[in-house]
Design a binder for this molecule. Structure first.
Ligand code: MHF
Ligand code: KIV
Ligand code: MG
Length: 275
């Protein structure tokens, strides 16, 4: 047996690509080493999403996220994981100008973090950039439908598929990314029947977020799923209430300090004194 098969081995790009119509892809976002370490054995794919700008840095949108931020968090997630495939988002302004700009940014993400793939928000014009990266050995996940980096142009975060023209646009974006060689497609915030049509019409597995259960996998922002926030998009299911857990723990900690019961004897060093 080779050393690699004895140890845990990361899920590969071809393994995720091969999940079309098969076992569902389980994906979550991760931004830090400890969270990555907790999620890693339980999921197939960890995404270092540019949502980290909003979720951990308090920005109002994802447009202020830099490549340096993505590299720092990508490195942290790689240190905490050994099983899941790790993909990192290309942030706003680091790939749209040209395929060459995209290659420079994507190759830095791969080289400096060790991640296996990059994700970019895609419309028809980005398809030739996807082909350019894929031709040069960089696996790409496309992201269609609600594109948070386009929130200024869209007038906010708007679900897609309200008009026939919009439905055709999103389907064209998805088909173009698929033909350009994306190995998976995130489909965000689209009408369920449109997500189904996309899933049936592309070769790449689709990973839904606010899309449809017919997608080949699902992703959520981990902090949303764990119940850290009061408001979340409609598509989030809360699987825990960490906000309440953290507030209760902190309230008890504060009470103990104020009462003088923390730290106790067993939490205190009594080192004695040597002669
Ligand atoms: N915490 C968090 N979760 C996310 O899923 C997420 C982020 N942050 N930041 C980056 C993007 C932004 N996302 C968003 C943000 C807002 C809506 C939103 O307002 N949705 C409305 C839809 C309104 C409509 O019908 O068009 C909703 O009510 O769900 C959706 C996705 C998804 N991403
Ligand atoms: C929500 C996912 C798909 C994402 O792009 C992000 O976290 O930035
Ligand atoms: Mg993103």
């Amino acid at each position: 047996m080779s050393r690699q098969t004895e140890q845990t081995r990361r899920i590969t790009v071809p393994e995720i690509a091969g999940r079309k119509g098969g076992q569902k892809i389980v994906a979550l976002t991760a931004y830090t080493t400890p969270m990555a370490a907790l999620l890693d054995p339980l999921v197939d794919l960890l995404l270092v999403g540019d949502s980290l700008g909003m979720v951990v840095h308090g920005l109002p949108s994802t447009q202020g996220v830099t490549l340096e931020m993505m590299i720092l968090h990508g490195q942290a997630v790689m240190r905490g994981s050994s099983h899941a495939l790790v993909a990192v988002d290309l942030p706003f302004g680091t790939y749209e100008a040209s395929p060459e700009q995209a290659f420079a940014s994507a190759s830095r993400l791969i080289a400096e973090t060790g991640c296996q793939a990059v994700k970019l928000e895609t419309h028809k014009g980005v398809a030739r950039t996807i082909a350019f990266l894929v031709d040069r050995g960089i696996p790409v996940i496309g992201h269609v439908g609600l594109r948070p980096q386009a929130s200024n142009a869209d007038g906010g975060f708007k679900a897609k598929g309200r008009t026939e023209a919009e439905r055709q646009q999103v389907l064209d974006d998805a088909t173009a990314a698929d033909l350009a060689g994306a190995f998976a497609l995130v489909v965000e915030g689209v009408a369920a029947d449109l997500a189904d049509t996309i899933t049936r019409n592309v070769n790449a597995p689709t990973i839904g977020i606010g899309a449809s259960a017919q997608c080949d996998g699902q992703i959520l922002v981990t902090e949303d799923m764990l119940g850290l926030f009061d408001w979340t998009p409609k598509f989030v299911r809360r699987y825990a209430n960490l906000k309440e857990t953290i507030q209760q723990a902190t309230t008890t900690y504060a009470d103990d300090i104020r009462k003088g019961t923390f730290p106790a004897d067993e939490e205190t060093y009594r080192l004695g004194t040597k002669a």
